[in-house]
Design a binder for this molecule. Structure first.
Ligand SMILES: [Zn+2]
Length: 329
């Protein structure tokens, strides 16, 4: 991780464009209403605030699967007798399953810690919002938040790119796609699979739907995944060995001429790729851009337990042969 100012890449943080060539594809619609998660809270006397901060620092902050760096841990409330109490977020319900486990943790921390109203009735946004306005709105509606800038800026800044390599592969699949078209393939769609541990030896796959005895599901991405599997077997490695942790394309980069359909984008989720870069968006059948198809944004769908990075090439003109927008790629 480098500081924003030291990043050698030119990043347009506002538009999410890297080096004027790659457009970050993200699910921007999910950001106006937060996913909420229940948290355990206790009330303490303000004079005990140093104990609870110590408690959070040593007992819950690092252990909690939910990062809470975007929320204020402590909120002041005025009681009916005008005395002031502090409501403190101890940890998420993912860290502590039930009241007993919170109580025993509190007891193990300080036998004499005085607290009241231990409950899991408060909900916080699971992640920080993208804008300051939204941060203020969510602070009002749910729980006081901290503004640390747009979290996507950090995501953009942490990406790594080997631009010459990326451009080379994109030129290659573009050229192969032209060749397919000239040879009469009515589905001139081409995908490249790059193994992070063997990047000079990448697999190129063409759509074979138009060939005789092929399946209508023989999209280039499926063909490519099968080729990766075949290569693994040929190298006499079983598919579910330690190297891939059971996932076929773990941390692969995938380059494709046309935005993948729902079947293919989901297949990429199953095979645990790291990144997908496509050239041509498919407005009717694509499954990555939120303006494509039904707006699945499959690569970062919040109901799936896995995700990958996605980018569209927006640099110098690469025009794959035109195909019908109703084609699933
Ligand atoms: Zn497909």
């Amino acid at each position: 991780m480098v500081k924003k100012a030291l990043n050698p890449l030119k990043i347009d943080f506002k538009k999410g464009i890297i080096e004027n060539k790659l457009q970050q594809i993200r699910n921007s619609r999910t950001t106006t209403t937060p996913d909420l998660i229940k948290v355990w809270t206790i009330e303490v006397n303000p004079k005990d605030s140093k104990y609870v901060l110590d408690l959070i620092r040593t007992k819950t902050q690092k252990q909690d699967p939910i990062s809470m760096l975007h929320i204020k841990r402590i909120r002041k409330i005025t009681n009916s007798d005008t005395s002031v109490s502090l409501v403190v977020v101890i940890g998420s319900v993912e860290l502590f399953e039930d009241k007993n486990s919170v109580q025993s943790m509190l007891h193990s921390f300080r036998k004499d810690l005085k607290y009241s109203n231990l409950s899991s009735s408060h909900e916080i946004p699971k992640e920080g919002p993208q804008t300051k306005e939204l941060m203020l709105q969510w602070s009002d509606e749910y729980w006081p938040l901290v503004w640390r800038g747009n979290p996507n800026d950090q995501i953009l800044n942490d990406y790594t790119f080997n631009m010459p390599f990326i451009e080379d592969i994109l030129l290659k699949i573009h050229r192969l796609s032209q060749e397919q078209y000239e040879n009469g393939n009515i589905y001139p769609i081409v995908t490249a699979f790059v193994d992070p541990n063997d990047s000079t030896n990448c697999i190129y796959a063409c759509d074979t739907r138009a060939q005789q005895e092929s399946s209508p599901l023989d999209h280039s991405i499926r063909i490519g995944i099968n080729a990766v599997s075949k290569r693994l077997k040929e190298r006499k490695k079983v598919i579910d060995n330690a190297h891939t942790e059971g996932y076929l394309c773990l941390d692969f980069d995938v380059y494709t001429t046309h935005e993948p359909c729902s079947m293919c984008s989901m297949a990429l989720i199953h095979s645990r790729i790291k990144r997908c870069i496509f050239i041509q968006p498919m407005t009717m059948t694509g499954s990555l851009k939120h303006k494509s198809g039904d707006g699945y944004c499959m690569h970062q769908h919040k109901l799936l337990n896995s995700s990958y990075e996605a980018f569209q090439w927006v640099g110098d003109k690469l025009d794959p042969p035109e195909i019908s927008q109703s084609t699933c790629c």
